[in-house]
Design a protein around this ligand. Sequence first.
Ligand code: GTP
Ligand code: ZN
Length: 352
Amino acid sequence: MSDVQTIEQLRHIGWRGQALPADGRRVARVVAQHRAGYELHDGSQIFGAQPAGHFLKRGLDPAERPAVGDFVEVEPGKPPHILSVQPRRTVLSRAAAGERYERQVIATNIDFVLVLTGLDGDFNPARIERYLSLTEGSGAQPVVILSKLDLHDDGTARIEDLRGRLPAGTPIHAINSKDPASVTQLAGYLRSGDSAVLVGSSGAGKSTLTNTLLGSQHMATSAVRGHDSRGRHTTTYRALLPLPSGGCLIDTPGMRELKLTGEEHLDLFADIEALAEACRFADCGHGSEPGCAVQAALDDGELSPERWRNYLKLRDEREEQAAMLESRLRRQRGGRPATKMHGPRGSRERES
Ligand SMILES: Nc1nc2c(ncn2[C@@H]2O[C@H](COP(=O)(O)OP(=O)(O)OP(=O)(O)O)[C@@H](O)[C@H]2O)c(=O)[nH]1
Ligand SMILES: [Zn+2]
């Protein structure tokens, strides 16, 4: 580590703090997390570090440990130690797959969540809606990016389809990730001091886009990295990359499942929730009940059946996760009832 650290250097990697810590401590950003420890960037160089003992305590919520994107305070030494995590400006999380409720931090201190989908067989509006729902609570702004525009003649139809489906104002960009001129559309999300996290299924073209943004074949391609073998190539892989534009890009390889955390609002489907409120019966099952506003909208084509199905799926998942989260909180409180985070919106106790 070099001797003097300046605020200016830290601005380049997205720091918004006002004062550097005293006592010889340094501020650095987590650029990678490995089994064996962390890799940090202090604005001038990258170095390895270990978490202080209190981060390893059993029972600590994993979401409180340092994560990619975090700004941390580091005590120099051999090895340097991460003493604390600075308050997070934004956090993108997901729930871990499995029986037990666990929130996993995907990235922190990000300004934009770039949701990348190929216009090829990868194209899936329901999955895009899932990503956007997860983004809702993060504090970051979602941006939909459709890649492989060059490979698709009917790309325009898919883009228009998506525009009609997503809330007005959702930025949507169609690009050829291999073409630097096409990728310049994204410059506004990668300005100096800003950070963006790239999410998308395997093969969507995350590495390709990252390489174009870096202006070189800096990053291992998926073929080399192998997306099915977690832990491999850990010494060469870096999740957070400062770009030549001055922005920082966070890649998220190998994330196959993105489960909702239970804290989503599903604002994306506010129109559907409003429809359901208009049904004659408060406990309408939206099947064959008389006066069902949802059925009416489905019948006259105002609401697409596919979008309706995806809403129901995400809503049920959100409720299930919220219940798991609540029971975990209750256990932590030693049996006292937890304060509810969200009322179940789908089944209201409205008097008719
Ligand atoms: N023609 C064209 N090919 C693309 C584009 N984006 C990605 N590809 C190709 O799609 C394939 C998958 O791209 P990757 O960048 O490896 O995908 P990835 O999202 O990083 O995949 P994982 O590493 O498995 O998460 C590669 O063969 C790329 O060359 C694009 O915009 N146009
Ligand atoms: Zn109804």
